[in-house]
Design a protein around this ligand. Structure first.
Ligand code: P70
Length: 459
């Protein structure tokens, strides 16, 4: 038979209890956290969907790798296993481990960034943008138009607008664009994939102007699986080959291994350019460590190497993508507005349509995030004007393009009954949406303010 039910492709060997709290307790806890769920003790969260980053459950083979880690300062055998695993997928000449994604970004942009430089991307994630802006350079998002319309379905809403990219290069001058990036999948735009055709076309434009193309490859395997499901000509190709083709168009990559390498910590920087690699390694030694460990323990490198093998397993990817889709479709059926179609690693509630009466200045996404915690102990994250809002010269908020609440699904952690409970909680909050209040910010840091901001409900 061809089974209709897609099951978790693993057995559970080790479990971690989760703590139940009452609504009354959660009201106190959230108030003490300044209405910012980043400030909650994770212990007081029942279902933690703050991020899919570093929250994966590792496999028995990864844990075995942890014991096998070679902790030599230089030339550790775990480094060579890691290098081979990254090379198998990316085929890049220089592979530089870092402790996580933003460390790779920091090194790369410290070298190629600076005032007067421009970096186009389909959509920069917050850390990438912050690392670029920190050098005085400009980060520009050139997402296709359809990607900006949450209610419209399309196969590849993460694509780069190639025509806009061409115009952008003409306007800014190729000599001022040290590299172009593609984020796969597009995290800030709803975890939406980028097609192979779009990667190829982006590469062609870059090549014409002699601009290297880098992938922000955190979720490369999920992107490759979407290509297999949705792009003609790829339906019978193994995901590993699809991933290899994706990287074949790139000159370099940054990766937070905390996502698709199924580990709790790790990342890398990869590239073909020898001179750039040398500069990166020299900076790595100052900030992260020797180039054969880059801020990681040997055991972490083993876990990444093993994770990269497991993540391209198609039973795993089918379960992964289908369980996020299951959640998304149930919400759509109940009328809850989300970014459609469901993304690879998360569901994004469209707070503008969920709470049309709360303006961006009162952070509708934050309001939903708070209520999900109060209602069911669920922790999500605002991806809207709290995370991406800016101020004009008069101190007036320039809102983000979209007001979203992201519910990121950790890999291999929750089962279908956790997801069914989550659906119940979201639908209950949706039914009571007229009672929700706006929020105001009472404290904020100058950069990446969402991590530490403090809020108060209005009225
Ligand atoms: C997430 C985390 C990290 C990330 C990413 C892309 C496309 C680079 C990085 C940096 C960050 C986060 C957001 C909200 C709550 C918790 C954590 N994304 N590029 O969850 O990688 O974190 O390893 O430095 O998505 O999406 P790293």
């Amino acid at each position: 038979m061809t089974p209709k039910t897609i099951i978790e492709p693993f057995k559970i060997k080790s479990v971690e209890p989760i703590k139940f709290t009452t609504r009354e307790e959660r009201e106190k806890l959230l108030k003490n956290a300044g209405y910012n769920p980043f400030m909650l003790h994770a212990d007081n969260v029942l279902i933690d969907l703050l991020t899919d980053s570093g929250t994966s459950a590792m496999s028995a083979k990864q844990w075995a790798g942890i014991m096998n880690g070679d902790e030599a300062y230089a030339g550790s055998k775990s480094f060579y296993r890691f290098e081979a695993a990254v090379n198998k997928i990316t085929n890049m000449k220089h592979i530089i481990p870092t402790h996580q994604g933003r460390a790779a970004e920091k090194i790369l942009f410290s070298i190629v960034g600076g005032k007067g430089k421009y970096f186009p991307n389909n959509t920069h994630f917050d850390t990438t943008r912050a690392n670029i802006e920190f050098t005085g350079a400009e980060a520009d998002d050139l997402l296709v138009e359809i990607g900006k319309h949450p209610a419209e379905r399309a196969d590849f809403k993460g694509n780069m607008d190639v025509e806009k990219l061409e115009d952008f290069i003409k306007e800014k001058g190729a000599e001022n664009i040290p590299l172009c990036m593609l984020t796969v999948t597009n995290n800030s735009g709803g975890g939406q994939p980028v097609s192979m055709k779009n990667i190829r076309e982006t590469k062609e434009v870059c090549k014409k102007h002699n601009i290297p193309l880098f992938l922000d490859a955190c979720r490369f395997a999920e992107n490759a699986y979407f290509i297999k499901l949705r792009e003609k000509g790829y339906e019978n190709k193994p995901v590993l080959e699809i991933a290899q083709e994706m990287f074949s168009y790139a000159d370099g990559a940054t990766m937070s291994a905390k996502k698709d390498a199924l580990v709790n910590i790790g990342g890398f920087l990869a590239m073909n350019d020898e001179e750039l690699a040398m500069k990166c390694r020299n900076l790595l030694i100052v900030t992260e460590g020797f180039p054969t460990y880059g801020g990681l323990a040997g055991r972490d490198l083993e876990a990444v190497a093993q994770g990269l093998e497991e993540v391209v397993d198609e039973h795993y990817l089918q379960y992964r993508i289908k369980s996020v889709e299951y959640l998304g479709n149930k919400l759509v059926d109940a009328g809850v507005p989300i970014i459609e179609p469901p993304g690879g690693h998360a569901i994004y509630i469209d707070a503008k349509r969920f709470l049309p009466n709360i303006p961006a200045e009162q952070y509708p996404g934050q309001s939903i995030v708070c209520e999900l915690y109060l209602e069911g102990g669920v922790r999500g994250v605002e991806i809207g004007s709290v995370m991406f809002g800016k101020y004009d010269e008069n101190g007036k908020l320039i809102p983000a393009m979209m007001e979203l609440v992201r519910l990121a699904i950790p890999r291999r952690v929750y089962t279908q009954s956790h997801i069914d409970y989550l659906i119940e909680v979201i639908i209950e909050v949706f039914k009571n949406r007229n009672k929700l209040k706006g929020y105001k910010i009472t404290y904020e840091a100058p950069m990446l303010r969402h991590f530490t901001a403090q809020f108060e409900p209005i009225g």
